[in-house]
Design a protein around this ligand. Structure first.
Ligand code: NAD
Ligand code: UDP
Length: 309
């Protein structure tokens, strides 16, 4: 049994990770400032004897004794990370420094939740870990993309300079129950719009692609990366099954039996055109690949939103 800190543990992915770790017999400390996290996500664990919640901001240093740290604290949807972009950068940079200092002091292993956004609007397709990316330093997504890039740099510098035991995963678009209804991400937007028979808002012409990973697959990959002893990463975690946004919209309309119309709105600035992970490294090093097909994952996600709203 480990004592495990999950920063951002009240968020979408973090709450699934906390649940998985508790189910596997670990003690979990969930640290979150509740910017995009919710008490609904974690209240089922409040009575669990091995669960502890700390309402705190990762930009401030903190002290505790832990064996493992998963650093997920950071708003992940464009609406939320662009709401206060300076805080987003501080969260990534100061948050990384604070978890790394803690890991160094406790001799804990620390995993950074990095992102496919570090590849920016990629010129190489699919994206392998060796690709260095095509990121704007001054655009509206830069606070997130560059924040996550410098966090990766800090992780490797703490490893080289202080011998901190680090792991880095680059998460590609992930979806599932507990996504926020109003955070603007495409899967939650389309499902909520379809369930209310409202217009489905495709940005651009819908030909841009994404590859969607169901959250339970991702959590298994995260833990596999944390618990292997051979390599620090970075490693891509995502589902390589690529779809256009238009295909996703049509699939969700079909699956919900919705009367929604598809409408087209302007494409946001710096919106990546194509995204698909190369997961050869994850297969080789972690023996991991996703097992939940998009239709199966969407069925579970649609059911969640039907029950919740
Ligand atoms: P989320 O917004 O649901 O969760 C982020 C959590 O971090 C929230 O609970 C939020 O309140 C908390 N948080 C934000 N700023 C904080 C701060 N300064 N101090 C403490 N807590 C803070 O997003 P998510 O989708 O669960 O993403 C989790 C992590 O995975 C993020 O680091 C994100 O960058 C990364 N990621 C997610 C995706 C995805 O598709 N969901 C893709 C790539 C990377
Ligand atoms: N998108 C869309 N309609 C929406 C929300 C998003 O067409 O209502 C598009 C968005 O422009 C992007 C893709 O869907 O091309 C994925 O967007 P999301 O914000 O979920 O993830 P990210 O862009 O960070 O990969």
């Amino acid at each position: 049994m480990y004592r495990i800190l999950v920063t951002g543990g009240a968020g979408f992915i973090g709450s699934h990770l906390c649940e998985y770790l508790l189910e596997h017999g670990h003690k979990v400390i969930c640290m979150d400032n509740m910017f995009t996290g919710t008490y609904d996500n974690i209240s089922p664990f409040f009575n669990h004897p091995h669960f502890e919640f700390v309402n705190s901001n990762v930009i401030h240093p903190f002290h505790m004794e832990v064996d493992r740290i998963f650093n997920l604290a950071c708003p992940a949807s464009p609406i939320h990370y662009q709401y206060d972009p300076i805080m987003t950068t501080k969260t990534s940079v100061l948050g990384a420094i604070n978890v790394l200092d803690l890991a160094r002091r406790c001799k804990a292993r620390v995993l950074q939740a990095s992102t496919s956004e570090i590849y920016g609007d990629p010129i190489q397709h699919p994206q392998a870990e060796t690709y260095r990316g095509n990121v704007s330093t001054i655009g509206p997504r830069a606070c997130y993309d560059e924040g996550k890039r410098i966090a990766e740099t800090l992780f490797f510098d703490y490893k080289r300079q202080y011998g901190v035991d680090i792991r880095i995963i680059r998460i590609f678009n992930t979806y599932g129950p507990r996504m926020l209804e109003n955070d603007g991400r495409v899967v939650s937007n389309f499902i909520v719009q379809a369930l209310h028979n409202k217009d489905i808002t495709i940005y651009g012409d819908g030909s841009q692609t994404r590859s969607f990973c169901f959250v339970s697959d991702l959590v298994i990959g995260m833990v596999a990366m944390m618990e292997q002893d051979d390599f620090a990463g970075p490693v891509n975690l995502g589902n390589p099954c690529e779809r256009t946004i238009k295909q996703l919209a049509e699939m969700i309309v079909d699956m919900t039996g919705s009367h929604s119309q598809i409408i087209y709105k302007p494409l946001p600035e710096d919106d990546p055109v194509r995204r698909k992970p190369d997961i050869a490294l994850a297969k080789e090093k972690l023996h991991w690949e996703p097992s939940v097909a998009l239709k199966e994952g969407l069925t579970k996600t649609i059911r969640y939103f039907m029950e919740k709203y």
